[in-house]
Write a protein that binds this ligand. Structure first.
Ligand code: DOR
Ligand code: ZN
Length: 465
């Protein structure tokens, strides 16, 4: 496919036409693009409706609309997914991913907005580097926001950069790259500094002292599980406790990212419910679908920070999604090449796995298996990310909102294949899985960017210009 059959007016052209080209070549023929005969997720339920799009926006959600029609029979239309945690690399790490390849992978996965992390080479800790990254990110085919990294030298500068970023990232521990702030005094200062900006502080919560201790204990081991044991649950729990304390003391909008353990989720539940705090958190696909058993079997291809946990933790993660303790499901799309992952010394193999194009297929499959409701999927992947990060006009299908949309086929069953991965790293930890429910068409600001296996050019927007 990749082209769409256009309605009556263009049938005379006797051929199929790429809808993006059509719009650039004859803008005056049609006024309204119509996604026809779809089942639309609107007002939290599925309704049979057409969606009318003019320019970048949804103008009508009604039955029997006419215009430049795109047949969506049999498809369910959801708000475009927002991934608040990706690493699109670029700079000196283009071999792993760049903004073009990463954003195309996102579009294929039904993602219309990504927020990119800060541990680039060099890390995004100065205004100049942020601006340089903004120039690079113009290659993106989906919308985007960039985080700014908190470091010992930049806590005074935040007001200058705040309008240009989706949020601030605090690394409480060592992970890929060399960005970290382990001093508790500086950690608290970073919460204070972010509070003044009104933005969200996104925290990688693992306690470095606990990691150092555990690493010492397990340093002689060479088995794969040594990685998980060297980054124990207690490290997450201690860091989460301190982050919650800092959030409470400073009142900063706090978001704890890639939460992996039942222990931390209990702490977060208490902070939210008992202390009514302005705290949110996300988990990633990893902690929903993998455990220590997978690490044992897959080795480096299942190595990430925080590490995979036990089956009990995985059950807590699913329960916490159900009961709104986990607000957002992100991917922590962290691509490394196959060659890097196959490195001889498991200890130095980089941590991180790709995921940006797999979130919707995995979660739609979970919906089909009654493990998740479609409502929860939309809340955790679209609505809550937009609300938490203050994205106006996105995350929900509504007249007047941007036409960031994904049309999915809930009945399509397909295997995850390595050769179909769009991410430049060229592999997926989910290879071989048979999943039911796949994105078919992705629209970014009203433009069709992905259509059943084909990707089209689009200029994504910097949402925090
Ligand atoms: O596994 C991970 N990989 N965890 C991180 O915190 C960083 C990420 C990366 O950038 O590769
Ligand atoms: Zn990350």
């Amino acid at each position: 496919m990749g082209t769409v059959l256009i309605n009556e007016c263009t049938r005379s052209m006797q051929k199929t036409v790429n809808i993006n080209n059509l719009y650039t070549s004859c803008p005056n023929i049609f006024s309204m693009k119509v996604l026809k005969d779809a089942t639309v997720f609107v007002d939290n339920v599925l309704k049979k409706r057409d969606i009318g799009i003019e320019g970048e926006k949804i103008v009508k959600i009604e039955k029997n609309l006419h215009g430049d029609e795109i047949d969506c029979t049999g498809l369910v239309i959801l708000p475009g997914a927002i991934d608040i945690h990706v690493h699109f690399r670029d700079f000196r790490e283009k071999r792993k991913e760049d903004w073009f390849s990463g954003s195309r992978a996102a579009a294929k996965g039904g993602v219309t907005t990504v927020f990119d992390m800060v541990n680039n080479d060099p890390p995004i800790t100065t205004y100049e580097r942020l601006m340089k990254k903004k120039r690079i990110a113009k290659k993106s085919v989906v919308n985007y926001g960039l985080y700014f990294g908190l470091g010992p030298g930049n806590l005074g500068d935040l007001n200058d950069v705040a309008p240009h970023v989706c949020g601030f990232k605090l690394h409480m521990c060592k992970t890929t790259g060399d960005l970290l702030l382990t001093d508790p005094v500086l950690q608290k200062k970073s919460f204070e500094a972010v509070k003044k900006t009104g933005k969200v502080i996104v925290v990688h919560a693992e306690d470095q002292k606990t990691l150092d201790m555990a690493e010492g204990i397990h340093k002689k081991r060479c088995d794969f599980l040594a990685h998980a044991d060297s980054r124990p649950r207690l490290a997450e729990s201690r860091a989460v406790a301190y982050a919650i304390a800092c959030a409470k003391e400073t009142g900063a909008k706090t978001h704890l990212t890639h939460i992996s353990t039942g222990l931390a989720l209990t702490q977060i539940r208490r902070a939210k419910q008992r202390d009514a705090m302005d705290i949110t958190c996300d988990t990633t696909l990893t902690y929903m679908f993998f455990t220590r058993d997978n690490l044992e079997e897959m080795g480096a291809f299942c190595k990430m920070n925080p590490p995979v946990r036990t089956k009990e933790d995985l059950v807590s993660v699913w329960e916490s999604i159900k009961y709104n303790i986990i607000d957002i499901i992100s991917t922590d799309h962290a691509p490394h090449t196959i060659k890097e992952k196959e490195g001889e010394d498991f200890k130095t193999v980089p941590a991180g796995i790709p995921g940006v194009e797999m979130r919707l297929p995995l979660l739609l499959d979970a919906v089909n298996k009654n493990m998740l409701t479609l409502e929860t999927l939309v809340k955790t992947c679209c609505t809550n990310p937009a609300r938490r990060f203050n994205l106006k006009g996105r995350g929900e299908i509504k007249e007047g909102n941007y036409a960031d949309l994904v049309a999915v086929n809930m009945d399509l069953r397909k295997d995850v294949k390595r050769e179909e991965q769009v991410t430049k790293c060229g592999w997926s930890p989910y290879e071989g899985m048979s999943l039911k429910g796949w994105p078919i068409k992705t629209f970014v600001n009203g433009n069709l960017v992905y259509n059943f296996g084909k990707l089209y050019h689009n200029q994504g927007k910097d949402l925090f210009e």
